[in-house]
Design a protein around this ligand. Structure first.
Ligand code: SF4
Ligand code: SF4
Length: 297
């Protein structure tokens, strides 16, 4: 079977791009905003129902993965083993999780049936956005150092454009709850953009492992927060700590801040008073041991 061009959520800069099924499918070269309007509807009555649910490459950001595995009542490990593949994301060299298509002729999504998506309420964000795409470009002059915009993809097989329903992109995102997913995943996307700014430079393996742990295993990260010296190290308000205990979205946002500290030496998390001084003292003690009490020349 012809290997069709893959759809991806990529970090170049970062793009959420709808499924592309053939060379005649068109990404319309127009930058759109939240107020841009388009006509589209998707429902069980369209002739192409579920035609977009095969032969696609769906990267699962942390919140997408979390929602799916909880929906299925699975641990991260079991979900990844059964439904996912690990991919090194182009231009960031970071390991990410993608949904594994089935081995049938169409390479169907594991969750599609003739009646539609069996995980609909927890479907990945890219399925929510479709047929809209979103891109984030680094732009020092733009607010927050990045320029976010949307674009539309018209695919031959998709009859949703023949429907009369009209939306703004902001209405579509809200209706599909893509705004909820974006809110949680934004910090993760920022890490991809930041990593891409380092070019093809590889980071120490330990940093890739930290990124992968945060991206795939929220339970492990929660244990790390509450059972290591994490809370003795960082100054985190008590109210936030309590939220993180039970709220996965809050936990992920904290995880991204920690990752930025660990991967890029950025300081979204503030050290507790005395932590830096104690670390310096430890480092000095090591140096004294190495140099036998003499100053390093
Ligand atoms: S997760 Fe659901 S909506 Fe997304 S491709 Fe699979 S079946 Fe389709
Ligand atoms: S209308 Fe488009 S989005 Fe809806 S099922 Fe058909 S191909 Fe998929």
């Amino acid at each position: 079977m012809k290997d069709k061009k893959k759809e991806k959520m990529i970090a170049q800069d970062i793009k959420i791009e709808p499924h592309k099924k053939s060379d005649t499918d068109k990404v319309l070269p127009v930058k759109l905003t939240g107020n841009s309007r388009f006509k589209f509807n998707c429902h069980k009555g369209v002739k192409c129902f579920t035609a977009c649910c095969s032969n696609i490459n769906i990267v699962l950001p942390p919140y997408d993965l979390l929602r799916l595995r909880k929906r299925l009542g699975m641990s991260s490990e079991d979900f990844i083993n059964q439904y996912c593949e690990i991919e090194i994301l182009a231009k960031t060299l970071l390991p990410v999780i993608t949904l594994k298509m089935q081995n049938d002729e169409k390479r169907s999504c594991p969750f599609v049936t003739p009646d539609g998506c069996t995980v609909y309420e927890d479907r990945p964000n890219i399925c929510r956005y479709y047929p809209i795409g979103m891109a984030t470009l680094r732009n020092k002059e733009a607010e927050g150092g990045k320029d976010e915009f949307y674009f539309l993809t018209k695919e031959d097989h998709c009859k949703g454009f023949e429907e009369d329903k009209e939306w703004t992109i902001a209405e579509w995102r809200k209706d599909q709850e893509a705004d909820v997913y974006d809110d949680v995943n934004r910090g993760w996307m920022d890490i991809l953009i930041k990593k891409k700014s380092f070019g093809e430079r590889e980071f120490p393996e330990i940093k890739n492992q930290m990124f992968f742990m945060v991206s795939t295993n929220t339970d492990y990260f929660r244990t790390f927060v509450f059972e290591s010296s994490f809370l003795d190290t960082y100054d985190i308000p008590a109210g936030r700590i309590e939220k993180v205990r039970t709220d996965d979205a809050e936990l992920l946002k904290l995880a991204y801040e920690w990752l930025r500290s660990a991967m890029f030496a950025q300081e979204p998390l503030i050290f507790k008073e005395g932590v830096l001084a104690a670390r310096k003292e430890q480092a000095d003690a090591v140096m004294r041991k190495v140099y036998g009490g003499k100053d390093k020349e």
